[in-house]
Structures are given as C-alpha cells and as structure tokens.
Design a protein. Structure first.
Length: 394
C-alpha cells in the first residue's frame, strides 16, 4: 500500500514555521533593493519593573501607606515624521502599555490594572542615548472599592473603573540594534473624577527599570527627505486668533454622601494665539452650574433663592499643546461669584480636545480644585479663526 503523505506534509510545515520564526528572531541584513520594503518595522516590545509607595495626599489616606512593586508590558512604535506634528516633536514614541500592581496587598484597596495609550516625547537625544517625558492616559480597574458595609474604610476610591494617568521621565540607552535599556521615575494616578464618591484618588511615585526589544533592525534610509519638511502653502504666514466655544455635561454620583446623583452643566470660551507650531496661549471664561451645590449650601444653613446663586462664572489663563487633531488644554482660573465656596476661589481644568472636522470638536474635561477632582465632563464645541495683519512670505 502507498505510504501517506501526511507525515511529510507535517514535517515540511513545521520546518517552514521554524524557518519563519528564525528569520524574524534573527534578521539578516537584506539586499539594498529589498531593505525599504522588508525592514521598515518600527514596533518595539518592552517590559518594566517598578517599585514605589502610595503617597497620602490627604491625612485620611495614611492607613494605606505601603511599599510595593508594579509591572508593565508595552507595545510601542517609533515615528518617522509621516505627520507634521511628529517632526515638530522630534519623533516621539507612541504606544500602549498594560500596568499591574498589587498595591501592597492591602485588603481594602486590592490590586490595580490599567491599559494606557501614551506618547513619549524626547527631550534630549543622541545615537545611543535619549531622555524624554512620557504621558499616558487610559482606563484603570481596581479590584476593591468603597462599600458602606463591607469596605467602609476604603475612602480613596468609590468605583472599580477609573481613569489611569502615568507621568514619567525616562532615560533610554541603546545596547544593540535590537536591545535598549530603559529606566526612570514616574507618578501613577487612579481617580474616577468624582463620578462616584468617595474619590480621594490614589497616587504612587515609582522608580523603574526595563528592557526594550526591537525585532527588526533600523532602516537607515528612512528620513525627512521622503516627506516635505513643510505642508503645502505653510510658508504663507498670516496672523490669526482662534476662538473655541463649547459645552460639557458632567455627572456626580454622591449617593454615599447625600443619597442622590447630580448633573453639572459647563459652558466655556477659549481665545488662543499661536506661540509656535506646538502650542498656543490665551485666556478663557467659564460658566458652571453644579446641582450638588444647592444641597451643600442647604446643609451649611445657606438658603438659595434663584439659580444665579448656584452659577459660578470664572476667568482663566489657557494653554494648548497640539498633536495633530488632538489638543491638550490646561486652564488655571479664578471664580468671580457663587455662594458655594468650600473649594476655594481657584480652579484648574484639564481637557482633551479632538477635532473631527475643520470647525467641530469633541472634548473630555476634568475640573480640579487644588489637585482634588471635582467632576468629569463630556461635550462638543465649535472653533473658528479670525485673521488679521498682512500676508508675508518667508
């Protein structure tokens, strides 16, 4: 009887798989005519080990003091200037990181998980060394949260789902074409933006060391010469002022304190002047109506006779950092009026704004008072430019 070809087919398939794995694990130097197509991968795989502690920004959080490790697994990619903002920021690293920490094995806090997209901006760079700042923002999950009966001591976090923010200064030393040693200091933050109280938030200063692996060697042929250094007609300069007008709706779950949920209505206008290709400076005005303020005033024995007693207008200084269609806006302001004054006269706003057309944008904002989150708001807005001055050609 003839022998089956199945074993031979299996052996050939296994040999083919092994050969492919060897080629990708130990890439050979390709011929020049194929280098641009086959060896342009910019993907990097990185792992980090952290060690740090919980910082008690409020006296009530002292019972959570502990030292603990944390771990990261990251997939990132190098940028080559395909977008104009990548060239403006000296080719940052973009990526997604998975973060885990046992938080000192505290039975009240549980463990922390986070998935965070990030941008790593180089501040100083040579051929084998770079120093940069990484900003990561995503979603976090804490296994334990406040419960009035079963976990009443956990006043730090009132929900399982939280915003996760990581700020890191990082050094990267290139050991070979494929390996890079990394290390730095960072601050890891978890908070739900008062979507559900209590919400003191968790802050963890950390130090870390890591190892990054680039499976495919660099393509030295990639450079700015393939892409024009400026956009079409960008050398035609005309001064302009930008106006952003928008609104946001916030939500505050305060059932643990007042037994009710409340909405926050926020309206704003920002006026920006270009400082550089990266940033804008300006000023803004805010108008906020927080339904929870009426309850807070009633508990303090202060009567309210009209909605004007609750409305809090404010003026602020504004700054925007631009990354293509995405803008990161920071406002520092002062309230002009309003009967509810428990948070003081000053406020801060952090806002991510994404332009999905020339004039329309969507945004997410976080209102803060001296580092304590007040609420998170979601909304849309409209922006337009007013040009002035004469056109000039460099």
């Amino acid at each position: 009887m003839p022998r089956s070809d199945k074993p031979s087919f299996v052996r050939k398939s296994m040999m083919m798989v092994i050969t492919v794995l060897i080629i990708f694990a130990f890439p050979l130097k390709p011929k020049a005519q194929f280098e641009h197509k086959l060896f342009t991968s910019n993907i990097i795989i990185e792992t980090k080990v952290h060690y740090g502690f919980l910082y008690a920004q409020h006296l009530e959080l002292q019972l959570f003091n502990s030292h603990f490790p944390a771990f990261e697994f990251t997939i990132e990619k190098l940028t080559f200037g395909r977008q104009s903002w990548e060239r403006a920021y000296a080719y940052p690293i973009l990526g997604m990181t998975f973060f885990y920490s046992p938080l000192g094995s505290n039975p009240m806090l549980g463990s922390a998980f986070a998935l965070m997209p990030f941008v790593n901006f180089p501040l100083y760079k040579t051929k084998t060394f770079s120093f940069g700042f990484r900003f990561a923002l995503g979603l976090g999950y804490l296994t334990n949260k406040f419960d009035r009966i079963n976990n009443y001591k956990d006043i730090a976090i009132g929900s399982h789902i939280n915003a996760a923010i990581n700020l890191m200064f990082e050094a990267r030393i290139r050991l070979s074409e494929h390996l890079t040693l990394t290390g730095g200091i960072s601050l890891q933050h978890f908070s739900n933006g008062s979507l559900k109280t209590p919400n003191y938030g968790l802050n963890a200063p950390l130090v870390n060391i890591g190892l990054a692996y680039k499976p495919v060697r660099d393509n030295n042929d990639i450079g700015d010469r393939y892409i024009a250094p400026t956009e079409p007609f960008s050398t035609t300069i005309r001064k302009s002022v930008e106006f952003n007008i928008g609104g946001a709706l916030g939500y505050k779950n305060m059932t643990s304190e007042f037994g009710h949920n409340y909405f926050v209505y926020h309206f704003f206008e920002n006026t920006f002047f270009d400082v550089s290709r990266k940033s804008k400076l300006g000023m803004g005005i805010d108008l906020t109506y927080d339904e929870s303020h009426k309850k807070i005033l009633e508990m303090a024995g202060i009567t309210t006779t009209s909605p004007m007693d609750i409305i809090r207008p404010g003026v602020n200084a504004a700054y925007e950092l631009m990354l293509g269609k995405l803008g990161f806006i920071m406002n520092l302001g002062i309230y002009l009026s309003g009967k509810e004054k428990s948070n003081g006269p000053l406020y801060e706003k952090l806002c991510f704004q994404y332009g999905f057309s020339k004039n329309l944008f969507a945004h997410v904002l976080l209102k803060v008072h001296f580092g304590k989150a007040d609420y998170i708001g979601w909304g849309i807005g409209y922006k337009f430019n007013v040009f002035y001055g004469r056109k000039t050609i460099k």
